[in-house]
Design a protein around this ligand. Structure first.
Ligand SMILES: Cc1ncc(COP(=O)(O)O)c(C=O)c1O
Length: 345
C-alpha cells in the first residue's frame, strides 16, 4: 500500500519507538514530566517564544490559542479554506464563542487590504475584530508557503488595526525547510504559533502552541478544561523530540517526492495539474474529464491497486508525501495513475 491520504499516516520508526520507551516520565498534569518540560522548552526556543504547551493535536493547539486570546462575541479573521474554519468542527464558535470573517483568495495567501477590508467598525452592533489567523503552509492551498515579506506586510497591517495574530503552523517545518527560513523568523510576527509533530515530522501524536508566558498559561488552563491534560505524556513528547532532532531536514525528501509525483502527473494524458504550485509535500490534481466516478471513482480504483489518495472535489484529488513514501513508490504510483482513468469501476 502507498498511502498518500495525509502525512498523518506515518508509523513511528524503530528508533523513535526506542526513544519513547526510554523516556523519563512523570505526571504532566501535576507538572513533573521531565520529557514534556524539555520538549516545551525546546519548542519555545525554536519558535523564539517565552513558553510553549504540549497538546494532543493540532486542533487543540489552535483552539487553546484562540480561546486564550479572545472572548465570546469576538471575531476571527481567517482564510475561507483555513483548517480552523473548514476542519475543526466549528470549534471557534463552540469553544470560544467567536464568529469568523472569511477572506477569499487563491491558494490561502492574502494581502494587507484583505485584512483591512475584514475589520468590523467599532460599534455596539458589530462583533469585535480580535484575532487574525494565518496558516503556513496552507493545507487547502496545496501546501503553499507564506513568503516572509508578505507575512510582515499582512501582520504589520493587522497590528496597526489592533489585532492579535496566530499562525497555524501544523506544517511550519515544511515551510522552513522548503524556503530556507528559520521557524523563529516566521514566528516572530505572531503572538502565538501552533505546530504539529504528528504530520510530516512522523511522531504518532502531539502538537504544541507557543507564545507569551501569560497567554500560554491561559492556554494551559483551557487545555485542561478541554480534556487535553495528559499524565505520562513524556512518552509522546519523546517522539516529538526525536522528530525535531532527526526528521526536520529530511522533509526536503518529501518535497522532492511531491515534485516528482506532480511533474509525473503533468505528463499523464487527461490529468490536470500545475506542478509549479507544489512547494512542499501536498499535491492537488484534477482527474481526467469523463473518468468514471470522477475523483471518487479514480480514488476507489487507485485503492484497489494499492494506492490511497483523498478525493476532495468532483475532479480534485489530494496526495501528500511523507516519511513512508519513497521514490520507487512514486514511480509505481504514476504507473497506477496512468492506468486507472480508463478502467471502469
Ligand atoms: C493546517 C492544519 N492545521 C491543523 C490541523 C489539525 O491537526 P490534528 O489533526 O492534529 O488536529 C491540520 C491537520 O491536518 C492541518 O492540516
Amino acid at each position: 500500500m502507498y498511502d498518500y491520504r495525509s502525512d498523518t499516516v506515518t508509523q513511528p520508526t524503530d528508533a523513535m519507538r526506542d526513544a519513547m520507551m526510554s523516556a523519563k516520565l512523570g505526571d504532566d498534569v501535576l507538572g513533573d514530566d521531565p520529557t514534556v518540560q524539555q520538549l516545551e522548552v525546546r519548542v519555545a526556543k525554536l519558535l523564539g517564544k517565552e513558553a510553549a504547551c504540549f497538546v494532543p493535536s493540532g486542533t487543540m493547539a489552535n483552539q487553546v490559542a484562540i480561546r486564550a486570546q479572545t472572548e465570546p462575541g469576538d471575531e476571527i479573521i481567517a482564510h475561507e479554506q483555513s483548517h480552523i474554519y473548514e476542519y475543526e468542527g466549528g470549534a471557534p464558535a463552540a469553544l470560544s464563542g467567536c464568529s469568523l470573517r472569511l477572506i477569499r483568495s487563491p491558494g490561502g495567501l492574502f494581502e494587507p487590504a484583505d485584512v483591512s477590508g475584514s475589520m468590523r467598525p467599532i460599534d455596539d452592533h458589530a462583533p469585535r475584530s480580535r484575532l487574525l489567523v494565518i496558516e503556513n503552509t496552507h493545507n487547502r492551498g496545496g501546501g503553499r508557503i507564506w513568503p516572509l515579506d508578505r507575512i510582515a506586510d499582512v501582520i504589520g497591517r493587522a497590528r496597526s488595526l489592533g489585532l492579535r495574530c496566530h499562525m497555524d503552523g501544523a506544517r511550519l517545518m515544511n515551510a522552513c525547510v522548503a524556503a530556507g527560513v528559520e521557524a523563529r523568523a516566521y514566528a516572530s510576527h505572531f503572538d502565538t504559533v501552533s505546530m504539529c509533530f504528528s504530520k510530516g515530522l512522523g511522531a504518532p501524536v502531539g502538537s504544541a502552541m507557543a507564545g507569551p508566558e501569560a497567554t500560554v498559561a491561559r492556554a494551559r488552563r483551557f487545555r485542561k478544561m478541554y480534556g487535553g491534560g495528559m499524565r505520562q505524556s513524556g512518552l509522546l513528547a519523546a517522539a516529538a523530540e526525536f522528530a525535531l532532532e532527526h526528521h526536520v531536514a529530511r522533509l526536503a525528501e518529501d518535497h522532492g517526492h511531491a515534485q516528482e509525483l506532480a511533474s509525473g502527473i503533468a505528463t499523464l494524458p487527461g490529468y490536470e495539474i500545475d506542478a509549479s504550485l507544489v512547494e512542499t509535500n501536498i499535491v492537488y490534481f484534477e482527474v481526467p474529464h469523463g473518468a468514471p466516478g470522477g475523483a471518487s471513482g479514480v480514488c476507489e480504483r487507485l485503492a484497489g491497486a494499492g494506492v490511497l489518495m483523498l478525493p476532495l472535489g468532483p475532479r480534485t484529488v489530494r496526495a501528500v508525501t511523507h516519511l513512508d513514501v519513497d521514490r520507487a513508490g512514486v514511480s509505481r504510483t504514476l504507473e497506477v495513475l496512468s492506468a486507472v482513468p480508463r478502467a471502469s469501476s
